[in-house]
Design a binder for this molecule. Structure first.
Ligand code: FAD
Length: 428
């Protein structure tokens, strides 16, 4: 093949990128393309992360001899326009599961067929392709543990290195390229992802022991990189496999795959309750929801989590569980509101993981114990026993010592008033 176009979406990397590697093998010239799609929902945190990731991708592609074409508009329209302009015979991209991604793929199929361009789709967004593991008689796994067993028994595909060299077609319009300034301390992108992984691997051994410890903050924080595909989940699993402590970590990566196969089978995950028989009626108290969003519920562990989200665009998994449970099970607010707020602020905001987890917590999703309700104080005493996580994010309570920080309402009235910290909206 003379020319192939690679449409980057949620696979912003050159290592272990099957679509890119296949194009490099099959074509003399490769046109790497990213289309900024105004229809894509992304809060401001994800927008800057995406921007840094694209800068890094462009640099990597340039080092390999190519560059990144960047256009704005409907990805289907723009990809086919580019393919026709460069005389491409093939167009490749990574398969993805959201309804937006699937609609894009369906329309690309049609448009490529009309123009006689060979469309090829590739794995790479998850470790195991979402439709590759299926229970007998069903289209997807509804419960995690049997999925985990089936998932482990699959032979994974080989990890691919970065292509050795890429060549662009000789003449491409200048307007297709965007000037991008490299920031040496950029947080987004493949380079940062690989550095973060290398630095974090020494904590793998104690992952099981510390991953729920809120103050220790020892989880990998790789989720935004996985969301944008700056790091291949398959390569990540391969890098940790065989090392001490790998299994509990790989299990978490499997949860990510699990929710992707749920979303593929249940495209309405973002709005419709997954479990048909689940109760789905919620109170509508705007004041309580706003207090939750702003971290002023009067429950310190909940407020710490919500303020971490606001200040960092990220929240520890244990805090996500506690804050989501408090919103849905104590305040009885609709999980969709909470899910949308998370989705708006999270750097790793992901339709499958976010709404899958929200439904799990709200009792409308994949939890086999849908009526479970986390007691936030007991959770705090267990996962932040010294109170350091709360003091880090709730400065009003910084003078309270040890675990007493979790129950300020138990303080003598005069002291409590001096704190200027609210009474709980709902008691634990
Ligand atoms: P680590 O503990 O280092 O785990 C490694 C990777 O495994 C993560 O990066 C992530 O890709 C995956 N993973 C871990 N836990 C889960 C899980 N429960 N479900 C799915 N994948 C998981 N994760 C997102 O990536 N995007 C979201 O929008 C998102 N929303 C969430 C909303 C709620 C209410 C809850 C309870 C969880 C949500 N999670 C989401 C899952 C989890 O909280 C984050 O993936 C994790 O905190 C990311 O931190 P880490 O990279 O340090 O995780």
């Amino acid at each position: 093949m003379k020319v192939a176009v690679v449409l980057f979406t949620r696979d912003l990397r050159v290592h272990d990128n099957p679509a890119l590697s296949a194009a490099a093998r099959a074509a003399e010239h490769v046109v790497p393309l990213f289309v900024h799609d105004p229809a894509l929902p992304a809060g401001r945190n994800r927008r800057w992360f995406l921007d840094e990731s694209l800068t890094d991708l462009k640099e990597s592609l340039r080092r390999l001899g190519a560059d990144l074409v960047e256009l704005r508009g409907d990805p289907v329209h723009e990809a086919v326009r580019v393919a026709k302009a460069v005389g491409a015979e093939g167009l490749g991209l990574a398969r993805d599961v959201s309804s937006l991604a699937r609609d894009r793929e369906r329309r690309l199929e049609q448009a490529c067929a009309d123009e006689r361009i060979a469309l090829r789709t590739f794995p790479g967004v998850t470790i195991v392709p979402p439709d590759a593991v299926r229970p007998g008689g069903g289209d997807h796994y509804k419960v995690f543990t049997p999925y985990w067993r089936a998932w482990q028994s699959r032979k994974p595909r080989d990890v691919e290195g970065a292509p050795r060299r890429l060549r662009l077609p000789k003449v491409l319009p200048r307007s297709w390229f965007r000037d991008r300034k490299v920031h040496p301390d950029a947080a987004g992108g493949e380079t940062a992802a690989r550095n973060r992984l290398t630095g974090w691997l020494r904590h793998l051994e104690v992952y099981d022991q510390f991953h729920d410890d809120l103050a220790a903050d020892r989880t990998s924080r790789l989720s935004p990189y996985l969301h944008f595909g700056c790091l291949s989940p398959r390569e990540l699993a391969a890098r940790v496999e065989g090392r001490a402590g790998a299994e509990p970590f790989i299990r978490q990566l499997c949860w990510r795959d699990f929710y992707h196969q749920v979303l593929l089978a249940f495209p309405g995950l973002r709005r419709e309750k997954y479990r048909a028989g689940a109760a789905d009626t919620w109170r509508d108290e705007a004041g309580a929801f706003q207090a939750w969003q702003e971290g002023h519920t009067g429950i310190p562990i909940v407020d710490a989590g919500m303020r971490q989200l606001r200040s960092e665009g990220w929240m520890h998994n244990r805090a996500r569980l506690i804050t989501a449970s408090y919103l849905t099970k104590h305040l009885r607010a609709d999980w969709r509101l909470g899910g949308d707020h998370f989705f708006d602020l999270l750097l790793d905001g992901d339709v499958a993981n976010n709404y899958g987890n929200w439904q799990w917590v709200a009792g409308t999703g994949n939890d086999t114990r849908p009526y479970r309700r986390f007691n936030p104080v007991r959770q705090a005493e267990r996962f932040d026993p010294q109170g350091d996580y709360v003091r880090r994010y709730v400065p009003e309570l910084a003078d309270l010592e040890g675990g007493a920080v979790h129950t300020p309402w138990k303080l003598p009235e005069a002291r409590r008033r001096r704190l200027r910290y609210p009474a709980p909206l709902a008691m634990p």
